[in-house]
Ligand binder design. Structure first.
Ligand code: FES
Ligand code: FES
Length: 199
């Protein structure tokens, strides 16, 4: 830091709180003083691991995780019905838990691991096949949200009951009324996973 200079609070060292005029000076300080610590990111930048791929990008403070995943990263599997936390269509899995992307600020998701319906499909999860087999969709708009919620359920409970499936999916709304089909599809996917695991 220059003598007598006025440091901006945006360039504070996260390890010792020393202040610097520029981000470049801060990086130089971290490299020389805190050698083993990770380099800080400029203010407003976040790193997200989405479907196994790391993305570093600058976000505005008011941007939601939905805006980043759908609008910036172009992953169309995350859908927007209500934009107010009421329908579950924007559900993604963040660090193992289903969360609503429309209700999450992107700036607060720095460093998180996120899985979307695209990642679940790429991994050839049996939910995808069972959802097709059981005609679990009509217009299909709500389907990615159901599948991500169901995937999070099966990750933590590989042998759920019908009631547990219905409870887990209780926050996902479907305007086409496909509700009776979802427990069948989820239970079949769970059975497939158990059989694959026992081989
Ligand atoms: S769009 Fe997020 S809960 Fe409805
Ligand atoms: S299948 Fe159309 S909203 Fe669910």
């Amino acid at each position: 830091m220059k003598e007598g200079s006025k440091a901006t609070p945006l360039n504070l060292c996260p390890y010792c709180t020393a202040a610097f005029d520029t981000f470049e000076e801060l990086k130089t300080h971290v490299v020389s003083v805190h050698k083993t610590e990770p380099l800080p990111k400029p203010a407003g930048w976040i790193a997200l691991t989405v479907n196994g791929q790391v993305h570093e990008l600058k976000v505005e403070p008011e941007w939601t995780l939905y805006q980043v995943i759908h609008d910036r990263l172009g992953l169309m599997g995350v859908k927007m019905f209500c934009d107010r936390g009421a329908c579950g269509s924007c559900t993604v899995i963040m660090d193992g838990r289903p969360i609503l992307a429309c209700m999450s600020l992107a700036i607060e998701c720095d460093g998180k691991h996120i899985q979307t319906a695209e990642g679940i499909a790429e991994a050839k999860h049996p939910l995808v096949e069972s959802y097709i087999k059981h005609h679990t969709m009509q217009c299909g708009y709500c389907t990615p949200g159901f599948i991500t919620t169901a995937k999070a359920l099966l990750d933590r409970n590989p042998d759920p009951t019908v009631e547990e499936v219905m409870e887990a999916l209780g926050g996902n709304l479907c305007r086409c009324g496909t509700y009776p089909q979802h427990p069948k599809a989820v239970l079949e996917a769970a059975q497939t996973l158990r059989e694959e695991g026992s081989k």
